[in-house]
Write a protein that binds this ligand. Structure first.
Ligand code: B12
Length: 208
């Protein structure tokens, strides 16, 4: 683990921000910095799962991540190539789940790549996704979830799209640190992503 990932794991906010600034000065890309931080929060998650950290530590890691993102978000606009493709992307964290730091990164990155993003927020019920896809005619829907208890809810959203007769019009990508090909298959999504850039690339392909 890098010094930045360790500082995040140890919840040393001052050190984290200092190391982020140091990397920015060196010209390290915001996405690489996010990847390093993700390694740190994954370690926090593991410490929580093994009972060494408690909810307070989990919350604090989220706050540090948000402070990091406040620094990085304005810079995401300069990430990627010049070519900008228009298209509408509806996104939200599914019902039962309130994790949104990763989703917000996806939103920023999509916007910086020229997409119109409709962000429905967190704990979003299936019907709200369906209504927004119908209303906007969006060709891509992104569902975020970090809890494995919310996988059935991702499937529920996709089933609701089918019932509404909208499934053929919209491609669905599920995202979050613990999604996988198996989750994609189970939910009936078209793709899955464990990083934000995959979501941008997927949307670009759909709108090409
Ligand atoms: C911070 C955090 C919290 C914060 C969230 C703050 C917030 N505003 O989001 C708080 C304290 C609120 C929280 C609460 C809980 N948490 Co929590 N949390 C975390 C932690 C440590 C980090 C998550 C994070 O922000 N990562 C950083 C971001 C940048 O990464 P990311 O979310 O993965 O997003 C990236 C990609 O996944 C991807 N992506 C994400 N979404 C999408 C969507 C699309 C469309 C695409 C394309 C890509 C994409 O792009 C992002 C950028 O690269 C994780 C640990 C982990 N390993 O993930 C646990 C973790 C997710 N939490 C966990 C748990 C258990 C909980 C609680 C149930 C704890 C409790 N007992 O109350 C509650 C649940 C509340 C709820 N109903 O949702 C478990 C889940 C276990 C599981 N497998 O189901 C984890 C894995 C910790 C663990 N190992 O036990 N949590």
């Amino acid at each position: 683990m890098t010094d930045l990932a360790c500082a995040l794991r140890d919840l040393d906010e001052d050190k984290v921000l200092e190391l982020v600034d140091e990397r920015l000065k060196r010209g390290v890309s915001p996405l690489d910095i996010i990847a390093e931080c993700n390694e740190g929060v994954a370690a926090v998650g593991d410490l929580f799962a093994s009972g060494k950290y408690f909810l307070t530590e989990l919350m604090f890691s989220g706050e540090i991540m948000q402070a990091v993102m406040a620094r990085l978000e304005p810079l995401l606009a300069t990430v990627g190539d010049e070519e900008q493709m228009a298209g509408t992307f509806v996104i939200g964290t599914v019902r039962g789940d309130i994790h949104d730091i990763g989703k917000n990164i996806v939103v920023s990155l999509l916007r910086s790549h020229g997409f119109k993003v409709i962000d429905l927020g967190v704990d979003v019920p299936a019907g709200k996704f369906v209504d927004m896809v119908r209303k906007t005619g969006a060709k891509v829907l992104g569902l975020s979830a970090l809890l494995n208890t919310t996988y059935p809810e991702m499937k529920n959203v996709i089933d609701a799209l089918k019932e509404a007769g909208l499934r053929d019009q919209v491609k669905v990508i599920v995202g979050g640190s613990i999604v996988s090909e198996r989750v994609r298959e189970y939910t009936g999504a078209d793709a899955y992503a464990t990083d934000a850039m995959t979501g941008v690339e997927f949307a670009r392909k759909v709108y090409r």
